[in-house]
Design a protein around this ligand. Sequence first.
Ligand SMILES: NC(=O)c1ccc[n+]([C@@H]2O[C@H](COP(=O)([O-])OP(=O)(O)OC[C@H]3O[C@@H](n4cnc5c(N)ncnc54)[C@H](O)[C@@H]3O)[C@@H](O)[C@H]2O)c1
Length: 306
Amino acid sequence: MSDERQKVGGKGKASRRDFLKMALATTVAGMTVPFVHAQGSGKLRVGVIGCGGRGTGAAIDCANADPAVEIYALGDLFPDRLQSSFNRLKEQLKERCNVTPDRCFTGFDNYKGVINSGVDIVILATPPAFRPIHFRAAVEAGKHVFMEKPVAVCPAGVRLVLEYAQIAQQKKLTVVAGTQRRHDFGYRETIQRLHDGAIGDIVAAYGYWNQGGLWSVPKRPEMTDVEWQIRNWLYFTWLSGDHIVEQHVHNLDVLNWVLKAHPVKAMGVGGRQARTAPIYGNIYDHFAIEFEYPNGVRVLSMCRQI
Ligand SMILES: NC(=O)c1ccc[n+]([C@@H]2O[C@H](COP(=O)([O-])OP(=O)(O)OC[C@H]3O[C@@H](n4cnc5c(N)ncnc54)[C@H](O)[C@@H]3O)[C@@H](O)[C@H]2O)c1
């Protein structure tokens, strides 16, 4: 958690970050990227767009995955976030963090700078609202992509990502998303056994992500509302898609994977029961949904951050 972030709400002992640390190291490390060394350098140059907890962590995972990897360019909306990421990368990766000041980009156009800096791979780890346009720009420029989940927060964004996923495939670009369960050998083996019929036909399933509170960044007098919202992106639907999209997506993904299908109907409830203060933006604090899958399979999905 960065210095400006304060733990807020909930009774849970472990923060989401503490919890996720255990599960994270699989994502970028599992990405195989053939034929992409920067011309003549023998290096795989990685650019990070969105230098927060996950962007920085993914960059470290990536460097740990192969000695040919070097972190080459950084982009973040805010200079202070970029600086703290740079400090952490330099401390942990030493000379393999080969980021020079002219390859550091801030402001809303930071992604263009990173993509055009000579990198082979980009890590997209901003709040998800920005992901579709960053993904489109990366694919148009012929870059391999590791992008964090969720890949979008609205139907238009999802459609753009699907369109550019196809273009990436035509261009033979590697694209990996941070739906990390897909790269976890435990999940893969277990789900393979379910698919092989270990428990027979699945007629019902249950998915839960029930946890305590997260962090919040207090509004400083010099912050505009937009800056404050983006620094507190979790709490605003336009930035995060709400926590069912931003967080529980991992478990919804597993349910779809197990059932080899997507829901055909959904009926649910949700609301703001405990997190009603303005610092919690406009997202809900709990949801319970009943999904109906093809063949009448019923799935209960529940998530809360209280
Ligand atoms: N796979 C996983 O387990 C996992 C774990 C944590 C987070 N995530 C995902 O990673 C993404 C980032 O989460 P995080 O925890 O690192 O958040 P974070 O707030 O720590 O980092 C986000 C960073 O993006 C920057 N940013 C905001 N808007 C930007 C823009 N337009 N251009 C460039 N930078 C911008 C912020 O300043 C911040 O530094 C989210 O989509 C989140 O859901 C995935």
